[in-house]
Design a protein around this ligand. Structure first.
Ligand code: GDP
Ligand code: ZN
Length: 352
């Protein structure tokens, strides 16, 4: 059973005790699990996860393999096994990293090819790619909605250029075009995550790949090209093919990576920002604040404003991290170049 979920005995340290299980969903302090007895639920063993020591176990995320003391009621989770891949984001309330998905094999980075609202965006592609590579899993680029354009060769080339060494596929979730080429990733025991802005067709692709309707698809609002989602479901989904998909709200938020992704998704909120009386308004208690007025009049809901603030702060953090990685990469390139030219010089000397 648990082996079908991608578990291999080598994941357990030799001296570890307990029964292996995989995390299917996280609800506050309760975890939905699967183990050799089938579906079960568990809670963290306090002394191992919440003690003052620095040796605390990492909090499990969806996709994590854990060890449990099995109990037909609530099992006790006693260890988080080492992860082979991880997506995390900053938990703004605790100012620390929060794991959102673990142990996936492939990251499907999805963009749409319909030209209408510039879904195909190399800059954003690079961002997703950086996040995917950093996660430790293998990125795969999927250009969806290929049915809407005449010729996708140019797009494929452009994506390949931006993402050296990464496979790029043009597909259509709607017509099924190109989906057969994804078979090589859709093997039993493998776990996938889908990364991409809202509206690019993640849910449609998931349904197409699953061969069944697992995800609600909400028709795109033509005005801004965004799909709206209300789906709630188990967060690690086992398809009848034996392939698993992780889809969590946290993953959805990752889909908006970066500040311009957030701006795009929250245009309805950002329209107020320029209208405050003071240009440096923090939208807290200043007089003449357009945001507060919009909330007071019911034009803008407080929840929408709060999720905007949260995602924006996360996005800034991601942007900073990505800028840092870019810098590192450039430095590395520079060093390599210097080292190479250094070698040439000394090689030259030997020749003379
Ligand atoms: P998500 O927000 O990324 O999960 O996107 P959805 O799967 O909800 O799809 C958003 C919209 O795009 C829906 O209206 C889908 O019917 C449409 N869509 C998805 N895939 C395709 C495709 O391959 N071709 C076309 N023409 N439309 C698609
Ligand atoms: Zn204001």
């Amino acid at each position: 059973m648990i082996n079908n979920y991608g578990f291999t005995p080598a994941m357990t340290p030799a001296d570890a005790q307990g029964m292996p299980a995989r995390v299917l969903a996280v609800h506050k302090d309760r975890y939905e699990l699967v183990c050799e007895h089938g579906l079960c639920s568990g809670r963290l063993k306090t002394s191992l996860y919440y003690s003052d020591s620095l040796e605390n176990e990492e909090f499990p995320a969806v996709g994590d393999f854990v060890l449990i003391n099995y109990n037909s009621g609530d099992s006790q989770i006693i260890k988080t096994l080492e992860r082979k891949s991880l997506f995390s984001r900053r938990d703004p309330s605790a100012d620390k990293e929060q794991a959102v998905a673990a142990n996936f094999d492939y990251v499907f980075i999805i963009q749409a090819l319909n030209q209408g609202y510039k879904n195909f965006n190399i800059n954003r592609l690079e961002r997703y790619l950086m996040a995917a590579r950093q996660s430790g899993a293998l990125p795969i680029i999927i250009l969806n909605k290929a049915d809407l354009i005449e010729d996708c060769a140019g797009y494929i080339k452009e994506a390949e250029k931006a993402a050296r060494g990464v496979s790029v596929y043009a597909v259509s979730a709607k017509t099924g075009l190109g989906l057969d080429l994804l078979a090589e990733y859709l093997k039993p025991g493998k776990t996938l995550v889908f990364l991409g802005s809202s509206g690019v067709g993640k849910s449609s692709l998931l349904n197409a790949v699953a061969g069944e309707d697992i995800m609600d698809i909400n028709e795109v609002r033509e005005s801004d090209g965004k799909g709206k989602h209300t789906t709630t479901h188990r967060q690690l989904i086992m398809l009848s093919s034996g392939v698993m998909i992780i889809d969590t709200p946290g993953m959805r938020a990752l889909g908006m990576l970066g500040a311009d992704g957030v701006s795009e998704a929250f245009a309805d909120v950002e329209q107020y920002l320029g209208d405050c009386k003071f240009s440096n308004c923090e939208h807290k208690s200043e007089p003449g604040c357009a945001v507060k007025a919009a909330i007071a009049s019911g034009e803008l809901t407080r929840e929408r404003w709060n999720s905007y603030l949260q995602l924006r702060s996360e996005a800034r953090y991601t942007d900073e991290r990505i800028a840092l990685m870019r810098k590192k990469k450039e430095l590395h390139k520079k060093w390599e170049k210097e080292a190479r030219s250094g070698k040439k010089k000394s090689g030259g000397r030997r020749d003379y």
